[in-house]
Design a protein around this ligand. Structure first.
Ligand code: MGD
Ligand code: MGD
Ligand code: SF4
Ligand code: MO
Length: 695
């Protein structure tokens, strides 16, 4: 039931961000006029980012889609006419039914990610529907898949330390994360600890906002983190800075590792990484001699060919020093496994008639749409914007342009992807829905109940898939469940003791409830790996054809062993395209206020690389490789080592101009988890036009 009265109402930030903030929505005359942080939330404590402080601009944006639309122009042209919900649901159900009859159920594919993190929005009725159809399945490896698999090879479980505890650390190593922009409450904790004397080291290929504020910024060549970690291990063993008792009691493979890392001398590692040998020794000593020492691992370094190995290797470090058992020490990459809901009950994969239906990696959408045999003929996109965020977007576009592909997009806006749709359905915002949220960083479960009514004729994901199920004649009870039924089912999960006490009634009363963390320490002393120990040597990796000990494997494309990036290639520069501060993936790129803060898409290029190409600051430059190209403005900076260029932010098409970083990125899969390899890309750059004088 929507709250009609004015006042201040609790809410949850639905975005794909580790912080999952508690919010307060301030309502006047039935409208949300202000979004602030909820000071009662124990971790996010009333602070929120500027993006969500401006959330009303998004919720009430004049371009929000409010009615179902049918395409009238060519695909991609963006011409549509209004249609009714009855017509839209009837047409989609009709087309899907025909496709299944003529080509089989695998001719249909969902494409979704976490534009809204609510369990009911992306892991609920939608999954039931596609299972029931028996569609092609989507392997959702675009974000953290490689790193999660890598972490689990070592630790068995996707969970690290608790955020609150890290306040005790005396040393923070931020490894491949732009914490200020992408995990701001972790940054608050670090800042507080630094006031008590803690030191901050940032290891990144680019001196991002966080690196700018570090005590020590260590730049390195992309995709060489495993080598750096092995160099640190070399020094830790060599100088007796390891915790022998911890190694003996809680790990397997430490003798093999000790021998193995002898080859990774500081000099050898310096040649690979670009980090001077003296700095490698200094960092290893700092890490080995400071306690508590905490490592914050981001997503950046796993978007590489060797991304899984990077994470698998870095999480071995706290085992070498025994920091897993020190309060405030250890590491976090993500804490998602602590808060797992009952996925089987939510998704109901038992409804699937064809459990062996084919699986498509979302990182290879272009290839799937163009080459899969038998072809995908119907695609339903929701909570995602693949025309911008997927690798090799030119290829994705060619797929979306296929006349024989029936595409439905459910979104709040005419995204770049929606322009290729045959039918667009208007989505509610989370503030119009009931849903339940967990965090992949902190330990609180939160409930969202509607604060405003659905805008226009928009409908939630849950409603849409219920309507479609009904129209297709699916009579199973699973399609009758209400939001509250499904929240109860999600929380009833005896396999996860951390949520055993959490109920819908409890959430209604308290808004957020903490996980039971009394079992946490067992993941560091008796982890759920095959050996029951932290696996420095992993038999499972050997069986999967991977090196069983942490091993530096050079990138397929780009940094070539011990030589400079791209040697011998026509494309001598490594291209990194991480998120910017004011967008959330591509969400908010159409909110004028936030886009204005980011000004324009830029290519950050080192003075040496710019000079070699006659490029001045502010010039329009063309960045290209065999996959595609895009034009951006050059920003000359020494924030990277020579040989690396950086373009932050995933931008929408504007006034017919595209700035799609992903035109350049590969569909290749990472070493583990079928993860994405966005940052393992080489390019060349040339000047297009001189900087305009009035710029
Ligand atoms: N403001 C904002 N916040 C966000 C997002 C957003 O788009 N905007 N996105 C959300 C999502 S979905 C995610 S997954 C996270 C992502 O946020 P983070 O976890 O911070 O990861 P990235 O920003 O992808 O990359 C972090 C850093 O890794 C660096 N990097 C790239 N390659 C390498 C490498 O080989 N080695 C090392 N050491 N560093 C490397 C990049 O230069 C970048 O500075 O943030 C979430 N929060
Ligand atoms: N080059 C490069 N590419 C990247 C990355 C990178 O760092 N560099 N990062 C990658 C990563 S880590 C990620 S996680 C992906 C993210 O990729 P996506 O998950 O596709 O992220 P967004 O672009 O934010 O698109 C989310 C969409 O969901 C819509 N949405 C929000 N709420 C709802 C809802 O309730 N219902 C429906 N139907 N729609 C809703 C939003 O309006 C938005 O259009 O991008 C990846 N792509
Ligand atoms: S995007 Fe992240 S930091 Fe911003 S309000 Fe949402 S959860 Fe909090
Ligand atoms: Mo992500």
């Amino acid at each position: 039931m929507v709250r009609e009265e004015n006042g201040v109402f609790p809410a949850v930030c639905p975005l794909d961000c580790p912080d999952t903030c508690g919010l307060l929505l301030h309502k006047e005359d039935g409208k949300i006029v202000k979004v602030t942080g909820n000071p009662a939330h124990p971790v996010t404590k009333g602070a929120i980012c500027n993006k969500v402080r401006n959330m009303t601009e998004r919720i009430y944006h004049p371009e929000r889609i409010l009615y179902p639309l049918r395409r009238t122009g060519a695909k991609g042209e963006g011409k549509f006419e209004r249609m009714t919900w009855d017509e839209a649901i009837g047409e989609i159900a009709g087309r899907f039914t025909e496709l299944i009859r003529d080509y089989g159920s695998e001719s249909i594919m969902p494409y979704s990610f976490y534009g809204n993190m609510g369990a009911l929005s992306v892991d609920g009725m939608d999954r039931r529907f596609f299972h029931r159809i028996g569609s092609t399945r989507l392997d959702q490896g675009i974000c953290n898949a490689a790193g999660n698999v890598g972490w689990k090879y070592t630790m068995g479980f996707m969970g690290g330390k608790s955020p609150e505890e890290t306040a005790k650390a005396k040393l923070f190593i931020v490894w491949g994360q732009n914490t200020i922009s992408t995990n701001m409450h972790a940054w608050s904790i670090m800042e507080k600890a630094r006031k008590q004397g803690a030191k901050l080291v940032v290891i990144d290929v680019h001196r991002n906002r966080t690196g700018d504020r570090a005590d020590w910024f260590i730049p390195l060549h992309p995709g060489t983190d495993t080598a750096l970690a092995l160099g640190l291990m070399h020094v830790l063993f060599d100088r007796g800075l390891v915790n022998e008792e911890f190694l003996e009691k809680y790990t397997i493979g430490h003798q093999e590792l000790r021998e193995h890392v002898k080859q990774y001398t500081p000099d050898k590692v310096a040649a690979i990484t670009g980090v001077p040998a003296g700095d490698i020794v200094k960092l290893a000593k700092m890490y080995g001699e400071t306690s508590p020492a905490f490592i914050q691992i981001g997503n950046g370094l796993q978007h590489h060919d060797n991304g899984g190995m990077n994470i698998r290797t870095i999480v071995c470090l706290p085992a070498l020093t025994g920091q897993w058992l020190v309060e405030g020490g250890g590491a976090i990459k993500a804490n998602g496994d602590y808060s797992k809901f009952n996925g089987a009950a939510l998704e109901r994969s038992d409804l699937r008639a064809n459990p062996d239906a084919r699986i498509v990696s979302m990182n290879q959408l272009g290839e799937a749409l163009l080459s899969l045999d038998p072809p995908i003929r119907g695609m339903f996109v929701y909570c995602a914007n693949p025309a911008v965020v997927a690798p090799d977007t030119d290829k994705v576009e060619r797929g979306l342009l296929r006349e024989d592909l029936f595409t439905v997009v459910h979104d709040l806006f005419m995204t770049d992807t929606a322009k290729y749709a045959d039918i667009i359905l208007p989505a509610t915002s989370t503030f119009e829905n009931t849903d339940v949220y967990r965090s992949y960083w902190h330990h609180y479960i939160q409930l969202q109940e509607p604060v405003i009514p659905p805008q226009g004729e928009s409908k939630s994901n849950m409603e849409v898939f219920k309507l479609l199920a009904q129209a297709m004649g699916f009579t199973e009870e699973a399609f009758q469940d209400t939001e509250e039924d499904m929240i109860r089912q999600a929380l009833d999960h005896p396999a996860n003791p951390h949520i055993e006490h959490i109920t819908l009634d409890g959430l209604k009363e308290h808004r957020f409830l903490k996980l039971n963390m009394e079992y946490q320490s067992r993941y560091f002393t008796a982890p759920p790996t095959p050996s029951g120990k932290i696996e420095l040597y992993s038999q499972r990796m050997a069986e999967a054809g991977l090196p069983p000990l942490p091993t530096y494997v050079p990138l397929v494309e780009g940094y070539d062993g011990e030589r400079r990036p791209g040697t011998g290639s026509r494309y001598p520069l490594m291209f990194i395209s991480p998120p910017n501060h004011s967008f959330l993936n591509s969400t908010f790129a159409n909110v004028e206020k936030l886009a204005a803060l980011e000004k324009e898409p830029t290519l950050q290029i080192h003075p040496e690389d710019a000079m070699a190409r006659g490029i001045s600051d502010g010039d329009a430059v063309l960045v290209w490789n065999d996959r595609g190209q895009f034009e951006v403005t050059a920003a000359i900076t020494d924030k990277m080592l020579p040989g690396t260029v950086v373009s932050q932010g995933l931008w929408w098409e504007q006034d017919g101009k595209r700035h799609r970083a992903n035109a350049l990125t590969p569909e290749r899969l990472a070493d583990m988890g079928n993860g994405a390899t966005f940052f393992s890309t080489v390019v060349e750059v040339k000047r297009q036009r001189k900087c305009l004088p009035n710029r």
